[in-house]
Design a protein. Sequence first.
Length: 162
Amino acid sequence: MKRRLVAFGAVVLVAGFSGCMPYTPSTANYPSDWNPKQVAWQPYALGLRAAARDNKPIVLVFYTDWCPHCHNYSRVFHDPRVVEASRAFVMIRIERDGDPELSQEYNLDGDYIPRTFFLLPSGEVLEQLHPERTDFRYFLDEYEPDELLQLMQQARELAKKR
């Protein structure tokens, strides 16, 4: 029995150091529904008008219903910190396949999904707000909210200066 425990412990230790242990994102247990009960998602035209009227920056997300990355990313909007931060923004979500022309207007570095943009209340895209990479610049971490939260904070600060 003792040998089995030692052997099992060795296997667990080796697996842990070799990166074989599964990663469970903090958002894994949230539903993949974009949290419409707590995040005030708006249609595009209404959202642009609300942002201008209320002088709020915009979070604009392009997604599709069939995209597994979009399903993962939708869970991030259940994080309580994201819910709280969303109140300082006009939140707009667009199903790309349902509005391909609008998606093309925001094709700054490709028509991939999900894509997240930050806009000033005037509707101007803050192109500089994206993760530090050259490809798929507007694809945010689909599992953890930290990247989104950091960019939301930067968007708020830039909106205050204008």
